[in-house]
Design a protein around this ligand. Structure first.
Ligand code: SF4
Length: 445
């Protein structure tokens, strides 16, 4: 049965509490910072997509120069506070820390980054001075990580930026698409305020591209445009019964969870989640934390090919989610319009595809999983309609850009999930920063 209010208010608070608690005090951060051996040619810098000077900011924490440390982080990544909470650090900076080679715990880079960036945010430290206005205007579409990063680095150089955001709050995926135990909507709101406090950034909410604002008008009325529109809607499974009551897509489900009280979000007794990416994990763990009795994650390959990280998978397992590998959804069986069973094809691994990953092939066997809710998290399809309406050059809906992040529209640049199909927040932040550099060069020449 699908129902809401399965838990007490206390249980909701407990289940959705911060999964990565911060350092309890200054001493804790300083002790951890002093473990870093400040490697020459530090591998952690290379593995950070925004190339934050990690040993430098850690050294600054070790010497109690927290302001300096926050400035070091924000110089390369203005989304550094968010990234300290949501980056898959185990496959990025921390995964490359030399301590791993010694079979010791890597430096807690994310936790240290959180220590200084949160101090900066909550004390409203103004670490950068905006240059005098250049008299140039740039429109940014989307107030997610890519759009905010682009807007910040442009505003810092004296550009006047207007952001058009379709939702009523900024933050994009951070605000609407990530598990609540990783980051709260309040934190996202504070971060948007902090980033825009540099000045020169005007955010207009409830303004959707293609509906309230149009690309040609932006191109005509601004010196340049940046598209940070993110990736589109959940991919359909195209199987029989998919539109039955109780079949949800993970993006809408997480959006619902992020914009309502936990107690008002309905969840089934027996939930099946399809997919094994980050969004699938976020959907499965949150369904469990909302009080689902049984959550099963269905994935068509084996654990070895999983797109999520080991740490993410461990969270799901610790939350008690069941794993069903080598299984692909074949049919949703419903009674009176309500989901009853998911019929799956048993798969086996066949030959490797172009990327080197072995492809799943049907064995001919099927099996059933009894369930009253199915959450689909088998990837997202870009905003193909919007992109083709505007005749933006694209590859399967992903906007094509040149090495300067410029699209086939003159003066229109793009970055983040809309060009890469959905990577990490840190990748979007890096795109926004690099696109800002290109835009600056474009508008000043
Ligand atoms: Fe410090 Fe580890 Fe980076 Fe070396 S690899 S600089 S020890 S955080």
């Amino acid at each position: 049965m699908i129902a809401n209010r399965r838990l007490t208010e206390e249980q909701y608070q407990q289940n959705f509490a911060d999964i990565h608690p911060p350092f309890e005090n200054r001493e804790g951060a300083i002790i951890e910072a002093n473990r870093c051996i400040m490697c020459y040619d530090a591998p952690c810098i290379k593995m950070c997509p925004t190339h934050i000077n990690i040993p430098k900011f850690i050294k600054q924490i070790a010497t109690d120069n927290v302001k300096g440390s926050a400035r070091t982080i924000f110089t390369d990544n203005i989304m550094g506070a968010s990234c300290s909470k949501v980056c898959p650090v185990e496959k990025l900076c921390e995964g490359s820390c030399v301590y791993n080679l010694l079979h010791e715990e890597p430096i807690q880079i994310a936790r240290l980054q959180r220590y200084s960036t949160e101090k900066a945010m909550y004390n409203n430290w103004q670490l950068f001075e905006r240059k005098p206005s250049l008299g140039k205007k740039v429109a940014v579409v989307g107030a997610g990580p890519a759009g905010l990063a682009c807007a910040f680095y442009l505003a810092k150089e004296g550009v006047d930026v207007t952001i058009f955001e379709k939702e009523s709050k900024g933050g994009g995926l951070m605000t609407y698409g990530i598990a609540a135990y990783k980051v709260t909507p309040e934190f996202c709101e504070d971060e948007v305020k902090y980033i825009t406090s540099i000045g020169g950034i005007d955010i207009r909410y409830n303004q959707e591209l293609g509906k309230d604002v149009h690309l040609k008008d932006l191109q005509d009325n601004f010196d340049a445009v940046f598209l940070g529109i993110g990736v589109g809607i959940a991919r359909r499974l195209d199987i029989s019964g998919e539109d039955s009551q109780g079949v949800e897509d993970a993006i809408s489900y997480i959006y619902n969870l992020r914009t309502n009280d936990f107690s008002s979000v309905p969840v089934g007794d027996k939930v099946v989640v399809i997919g094994l990416g980050m969004t699938a994990i976020d959907a499965a763990t949150q369904a469990k934390r909302l009080g689902a009795k049984d959550v099963t994650i269905v994935y068509r390959r084996t654990e070895n090919e999983k797109p999520c990280t080991d740490v993410e998978l461990d969270i799901a397992k610790l939350d008690g989610c069941n794993m069903e590998y080598l299984a692909a959804p074949k049919e949703v069986y419903a009674e009176n319009g309500n989901v009853k069973t998911l019929v799956c094809s048993r798969m086996k691994l066949g030959d490797a595809d172009a990327s080197g990953r072995r492809s799943p092939v049907e064995t001919g066997e099927t099996f059933e999983i009894e369930c009253d809710m199915i959450i689909k998290a088998a990837g997202q399809t870009p905003f193909e309609g919007l992109i083709s309406n505007y005749e933006l050059q694209n590859s399967y809906g992903k906007v094509s850009v040149n090495s300067a992040y410029e699209t086939n529209w003159k003066g229109v640049f793009a970055g983040g999930d809309c060009i890469n199909g959905g990577k990490e927040v840190v990748n979007a932040a890096q795109d926004g920063k690099l696109a800002a550099r290109s835009i600056l060069e474009y508008i000043l020449n």
